[in-house]
Ligand binder design. Structure first.
Ligand code: ADP
Ligand code: UDP
Length: 239
């Protein structure tokens, strides 16, 4: 697999073309950003930890019958993925109240929700990723009706699989964000699943083990990511 030109550099990952037009290389950088890119720092080992974490979760989802863009790990901080035509929305599921829903609805952080809540956000940093609903997606043609249904169905399935996985390792999956894209007429899970895009708490102490440690200057960010990876059984070296 030949690495080609850089296609795109996002806030935390860079994407490269390959000699296969249907495949891309995701490079997980050490850059850590929050508040739509307003706060950025380099955190040692993050690219490496997230690359392995993402591979572990994507492979687990594949085993559970969920189609993802993930192909294989290429190096410590790079993975090969299928090139998707990304849908410009973020799919968020929440099991406990935290983050933006607390501000929006005046909820106390940690409230356990009676049923998971699904929310759509537009991927648009300049406008701070505004919350949208299915009518916006339809009106502006960001995705087709059946794609909207599929994104919800797949996101809830991911929630079922991963809630069990984290529970089994003594953690709560509080909320998370997914992105989907089109590939040969199918909708696949794209982007990443790492502690950068979800909230994970210790089930007993409720200690934060995700990017909120960075957002709130709690320290020990990468140590927390490594702790979660260790508890889940993510291999500590790529192979
Ligand atoms: P952002 O763009 O939000 O700053 P990243 O730094 O994580 O985020 O950049 C990764 C970018 O690559 C995102 O815009 C994401 O939508 C896109 N992406 C993820 N997976 C794929 C894929 N398989 N094919 C094409 N684009 C992808
Ligand atoms: N999230 C993300 N990228 C975004 C926005 C949110 O990965 O651009 C994740 C975030 O880490 C959390 C979940 O989606 O796990 C819900 O985020 P929320 O709406 O609470 O926004 P926040 O207050 O975290 O910005």
């Amino acid at each position: 697999m030949q690495k080609g030109d850089q296609l795109y550099a996002g806030k935390a990952k860079s994407i490269y073309l390959t000699d296969d037009p249907t495949k891309l290389i995701l490079h997980f950088r050490d850059d850590t950003s929050a508040f739509d890119g307003e706060k950025v720092e380099q955190l040692d080992r993050k690219g490496m930890v997230n690359n392995r974490f993402n591979a572990f979760v994507m492979e687990m989802l594949e085993k559970d019958g969920l189609s993802t863009h993930f192909e294989k790990i290429l190096s410590e901080d790079e993975s090969l993925v299928k090139r998707l035509e990304m849908i410009p929305v973020e799919c968020v599921v929440r099991n406990f109240a935290a983050g933006s829903i607390c501000k929006r609805l005046g909820l106390k952080e940690g409230l356990e929700l009676n049923t998971p809540i699904f929310e759509f956000f537009l991927k648009d940093d300049a406008r701070h990723d505004p919350m949208i609903n299915e009518f916006h997606i339809r009106a502006f043609g960001w995705a087709e009706e059946r794609e909207v249904e599929r994104m919800k169905e797949l996101t809830f399935r991911v929630n079922d699989v991963l809630t069990r996985l984290f529970r089994g390792a003594g953690m709560l999956l509080v909320d998370f964000k997914l992105e989907f894209g089109r590939y040969e007429g199918e909708l696949l899970l794209g982007d990443e699943f790492t502690p950068d895009g979800c909230r994970i708490w210790d089930a007993t102490t409720r200690e934060k083990l995700d990017k909120d440690r960075f957002r709130r200057n709690l320290g020990g960010v990468i140590e927390a990511y490594e702790e979660v990876a260790h508890r889940l059984g993510v291999p500590s070296e790529y192979s």
